[in-house]
Design a protein around this ligand. Structure first.
Ligand code: GAR
Length: 203
């Protein structure tokens, strides 16, 4: 059984999409071991409790990032987490956190990286005037929204899109992409050539 640790800061719809994928059998032999948040009142934490999952708040409260992250790492180790999934976790993680789970931290971002990293990716895409945006599932490295890409899904930008309408259509794709990305990683049937993901075919 692969044990996931989820980190979120808000609504938690990507976390719930992962939970549904497990429930549907799209992620066999996977379970959510713990859900962690930097905000005690994150709706995603309440949703985790409703599902009977361990849900723990670790508020930052002005603490240094390394000290805050050490507490996250301790909870993840205590819950024997194999793979960490950032699901709307809106805080940079420290290099020590990345090193504690080498090639074992995933993130989802609402743009086609490397375009529009950081906050409000959907608003950035609209302001830039792109015709196509989307979402990216990627490994987390020590730079913001930068690690090797596992998969992307594209979403056309419509003439009358607002940040809200574009975000909603991208979010639908995020919910499919995250489970698919986790399944790819857990299959182990891939190699990276530099940053390039390559599926490994069975001989
Ligand atoms: C999602 O759109 C996710 O891609 C984004 O925050 C939203 C969280 O929604 N994450 C980032 O922008 C990270 N850079 P959710 O709480 O409903 O999953």
């Amino acid at each position: 059984m692969t044990r996931l640790g989820i980190l979120l800061s808000g609504r938690g719809s990507n976390f719930l999409a992962i939970a549904h994928a497990i429930h549907d059998g799209r992620l066999p032999d996977v379970e959510i071991a713990v859900v962690l948040s930097n905000f005690a009142d994150a709706p995603g934490l309440a949703a985790a409790r409703d599902l009977g999952l361990p849900a723990i708040a670790v508020p930052a409260n002005g603490r240094k990032r390394a000290e805050h992250d050490a507490e996250f790492i301790a909870h993840l180790l205590e819950h024997q987490v194999d793979l960490v999934c950032l699901a709307g976790y809106m805080r940079l993680i420290s290099p020590a956190f990345v090193r504690a789970f080498p090639q074992r931290i995933l993130n989802i971002h609402p743009s086609l990286l490397p375009a529009f990293p950081g906050l409000d990716a959907q608003g950035q895409a609209l302001d830039y005037g792109v015709a196509i945006s989307g979402c990216t599932v990627h490994f987390v490295d020590e730079q913001l929204d930068h690690g090797a890409i596992i998969l992307q899904r594209s979403v056309p930008v419509l003439a009358d899109d607002t940040p809200e309408t574009l975000s909603a259509r991208i979010l639908e794709q995020e919910h499919l992409a995250y489970a698919e990305g986790i399944a790819r990683v857990l299959s182990g049937r891939y190699i990276f050539e530099g940053r390039r993901y390559r599926p490994k075919h069975a001989d």
